[in-house]
Design a protein around this ligand. Structure first.
Ligand code: KET
Length: 443
């Protein structure tokens, strides 16, 4: 017997998977979904799944033998030499950890490393946050941003009266899957206007204005993925007032703190506006990008509650979500983060390295924009320098993307998003040639 709740969950999931298959069918990197010979396996009926629309780009890239190939798919920072970067400050922290003989590899508590949790809440909310001072914030260490979103989603599906979450259109592709699998019903609100290549603030306010009271609203704290379009401070204030007056519940995804403006405090401003008004909210934090700890899977979920008593009861329930999922989180990554965040010198060193990454991305924007202008590529490309964060939402269509992959060995997601962090001065001309050819030959 399948319970009604489980049944509803399965329906949501299968409905979603059908949509995803259709969505991804046109992506050049997706493999066939028809099974070949099953032999006598009990799994003979398992259908081949499509590759992930973002991580699958790297799979296709790895298979390409071309020496000029370029991976602008996944949002992962590369140096001018095109190499992954381990921050100096991370290496220093790791040396300190390795040389400290008192460190052991025991299990962490279910909620993770206490120091890490406290410092993470301070990083996003500000060290002097009244919510932290009043013990109204519960923070649990999770498996990077994705795990934090999922734990938050599972908690909401179990303990919150409203099951609908509104996510921006478009958004990071994994949001839909994370929240649908957590048991929430996923709807979208208007966000991006392809004509102005800017924020559709009117549409956003209308859609959130007509959402049922209590609905959850997913907001990108900064550097919206994939559009690179963020609300201005005034627009954030409009959004905040609407969300509070309609009693909607904000859920921030903060995957790029420090990457948008180069300033950790500047990029936390949206979140701090919502916490400053005394209301409740969820925040999922990732250290993948801003500390370059991608594969260490370090992140945190903070829930800002109305009182200290509620916060401690919420935390007790978060433990019941986490324990049967992965028991307790890993120890190495959060130890690196805590070492850096609690030492003034290491912290300052981190901010400099972070700023250097953000600045290199901004330089790439300028270089690509100049290269297209120099080629006389038709169209207005000023959005390349206006957009914020790791990505440019180019406006190239799927056919043009496929053309660039086939003819120029440039790999990117089929929605026309390019990871600016994957570019270098050396590869900008190749990309500009490809974009020029795509827009002048493919409709
Ligand atoms: N939120 C957003 C908005 C986001 O772009 C990512 C990752 C995550 C959360 C999760 O990151 P984590 O590694 O779980 O901390 N985005 C890049 C990588 C990916 O798709 O997994 C990307 O968009 O390329």
């Amino acid at each position: 017997m399948i319970s009604e709740a489980a049944d509803r969950r399965l329906n949501t999931i299968s409905r979603h998977l059908i949509v995803t298959n259709e969505d991804e069918g046109s992506n050049g990197v997706i493999s066939s979904s028809i099974t070949s010979s099953g032999g006598d396996s009990v799994f003979a009926n398992v259908v081949r799944a499509p590759e992930d629309p973002i991580l699958g780009v790297t799979v296709a890239y790895n298979k390409d033998p071309s020496p000029v190939k370029l991976n602008l798919g996944v949002g992962a920072y590369r140096t001018e030499e095109g190499k992954p970067l381990v921050l100096n400050v991370v290496r220093k922290a790791e040396m300190l950890l390795v040389n400290d003989r008192s460190r052991v590899k025991e299990y962490l508590p279910i909620v993770g490393l206490a120091d890490f949790n406290k410092l993470s809440a301070q990083l996003i909310l500000g060290a002097d946050s009244p919510a932290i001072r009043d013990n109204r914030v519960t923070t649990v260490q999770c498996l990077s941003g994705t795990g934090s979103l999922r734990v938050g989603g599972e908690f909401l599906a179990k303990h919150y009266y409203q099951r609908t979450i509104y996510i921006p259109n478009p958004t990071w592709g994994n949001h839909t899957k994370i929240f649908a699998l957590a048991g929430l019903s996923v709807k979208t609100y208007r966000y991006y206007d392809p004509v102005t290549r800017g924020l559709n603030i009117q549409g956003l306010l209308e859609d959130l204005g007509s959402a049922p009271s209590g609905s959850i609203v997913l907001l990108h704290a900064c550097a919206h993925n994939p559009t690179g379009v963020d609300p201005t401070v005034e627009q954030w204030e409009q959004i905040r007032r609407l969300i509070r007056s309609k009693k909607l519940l904000p859920f921030f995804d903060s995957a790029y703190q420090g990457f948008a403006s180069g300033s950790l405090d500047g990029d936390a401003q949206s979140v701090r506006m919502f916490v400053g008004d005394g209301g409740e909210c969820f925040i999922a934090q990732s250290y993948a990008k801003n500390m370059g700890l991608y594969g260490e899977r370090v992140g945190a979920l903070s829930i800002v509650c109305g009182s200290a008593d509620v916060a401690s009861r919420v935390e007790s329930q978060l433990k019941l979500v986490i324990r049967p999922m992965y028991s307790n989180p890993p120890i190495h990554g959060p130890s690196i983060v805590a070492t850096i965040l609690k030492d003034r010198n290491l912290y300052n060193e981190w901010t400099l390295e972070l700023k250097a990454m953000a600045d290199r991305i901004i330089t790439m924007r300028k270089q690509l924009f100049d290269a297209l202008r120099a080629r006389g590529t038709p169209g207005d490309w000023s959005h390349i320098i206006k957009q914020i964060g790791m990505f440019t939402f180019t406006g190239l269509n799927t056919k043009q993307v496929n053309f660039m992959t086939k003819e120029y060995h440039i790999y990117m997601t089929s929605d026309g998003r390019i990871s600016m962090a994957g570019l270098s001065s050396r590869t900008v001309p190749h990309l500009a040639d490809a974009i020029h050819a795509a827009v002048t030959t493919v409709v």
